[in-house]
Ligand binder design. Sequence first.
Ligand code: GLN
Length: 543
Amino acid sequence: MVTKYIFVTGGVASSLGKGIIAASLARLLKARGYSVTNQKLDPYINIDPGTLNPYEHGECYVTEDGAETDLDLGHYERFTGVHTSQANNVTTGRIYKNVIEKERRGDFLGKTVQVIPHITNEIKDRITALGNTGNYEFVITEIGGTVGDIESYPFIEAVRQLKWALGRNCIVIHLTYIPYIAAAGELKTKPTQHSVKALQQQGVQPDIIVCRTEKPLTRSVKEKIGLFCNIDGDSVIEDGDVASIYDVPIKMRDEKLDVQVLKKLDVPVKRELDLQNWEAFLYKLHNPQCEVSVGLVGKYVQLQDAYKSITEAFIHAGAELRCKVKVKYVNSEELTPENVSEQLAGLSGILVAPGFGTRGIEGKILAVQYARENKVPFFGICLGMQCAVIEFARHVLGYSDAHSVEIAPGTAHPVIDMMEEQKNISNMGGTMRLGAYPCKLVKGSKVYDIYATQAIKQSDNQAIISERHRHRYEFNNAYLEDFKAAGMVPAGVNPDSGLVEIVEVPSHPYFVGSQFHPEYKSTAMHPHPLFVAFVEAALKFKN
Ligand code: GLN
C-alpha cells in the first residue's frame, strides 16, 4: 500500500486535544492491523523543547534516539506502543536552521531563499521522510497551534501543497470546539465555521471535522456544520467529554472516525478492528478495587503537564493492579524540617521527581529522608535518585556537606559528579546523556526480580534492560564501596561505562532510585514494571 498522509489541524481554541485525537486515530488504525506513525510539527522557533521551562510547555519527552520532544509524542507512544524518534517532532526552528545551513553551504546555487518554496519544501521533506522509510502505511501529522496563527502559515501552506500533490492519499482532519451557550440552551457552530473559513482561506479544505463538545451533537447540528464547511454530515465527528483520555479511541470508534478516514483515503474497510486488549485495559482502569495515595514531590507542581509521563505511568500501573492511584502533588520548595511529616502524612508512597537546578532541592532531600526513615515506599527518578544518594551520604555515611556538583560545585563530597569526558564541554546542549542506554541488572537485587517477573527483559541471561536518559550528572563511583558497605547498593550498571543506573536499599521495604526515566517507556498496554512494583509496595504499606 502506498503511504497515506493524514494531517490534524486545530481551530477555535488551543488545548482541545489534537494530540489525543491523533493518537486515538493511530490506535484505531493499528487495531485494524496497519502500520502507523505519529508526527508533530511545532510552529515555535526553539530548535526543540529541551530548553523550554516545563512551566511554559509541559514535560519534555525523550525518545529512544535521545530526541527532546513535545509531550504529545508521549501520548503517541502510550497509545500505540510505536517508538518515535527525532524525525517525529520538527519545529520551525529546526526547519529554518536546516535551510540556513544549506544556504551557507551554497546548496541553493545563488537563488533567493524564500518561505515558499524553500521553507515549505523543507517541511514537506520532513513529513514525507517518514513515509519514505517504507515502514508505515499511515503517517499522521499533527500541526501544533491553531489555524490562523502567524507561525503556522508555512506549515498549512505545506499541507496545501502536499494535499494537491498526493490527491486521494492525503486528508486533513480539523479539530474545533462547539460551545454550549446555556442562556440560549444551544450549541453554537459559528466559531467552527470561522475556523474552517480560516483554513479555506489558506487553500485547505478539511475532509473531516472533529468537534470537541460538552453536549451531544444532534444530527441537525452535524448537517449544519457540513453545509457551511463543504462536507457531509457523516464526516462531522462528535468528540464529547469522557472519563479518561484512554476512552477517546473507543469514542472515535463509535463515531466511526477510522471508517471515515479509510473511505476518504480510498482504502477498503475490510480489516477487522481488534480493540480487545484496549477494552480490557479500560475495564481495569474504570473498575478499581482499591485506592492508594502517593506523593509526587517536585517543583513544577502548579502545572501538572510538567510530569505528564509520570502521572500517566501511574494510571497504567494502577489499571494493571486494579487500584486507583491518587497522586498528591507536593511542592518541594515548601517542604521544611518542621512541616515535612505533616505534608507527607497519609501517603503510602513517595516519588521524588526529575528536575534541574537548585530551587526546591533541599525539600526533595527532606522528602527522601522522611521516606527512608519512616520506611515509606520510595521511588526517585533522575534528580530524585540523585537526591536519594545525597541524602544517604549526608545522614548515613555522615558526609554532612555531600551534594551534587550541579548545585554545589565546590563540595568536599561530590557524590553526584560529572563524567570526566564531559567536563570540558561548555555548550549546555552538548553535555546531556540522552536517549536509550543499556543497563545490566545485578542478580539478587530487588530490581532484578521486578524486571524479571514483568518479563520485559530483552535478553534472558544477562538481564540487560534498556531505558531512556536525560541528565548531565552521575553517581560518583569513587564512593561506591562506601555506599555498598552502608546499605545502598547498585541494582543496575551501564555495561560499557560502569555508570550506576539504578540503586536500592535492600533493608528498606521499597527504596529504589533510577538515574534513567522509566516513565517514558510506560504505555497503556505495557505498564512499566518499576511503577507497578512501586504501587504494589505502596498498597502493601497502606494495608
Ligand atoms: N539535573 C540532573 C542532571 O542533569 C537530573 C536531571 C533530571 O532529573 N532529568 O543530572
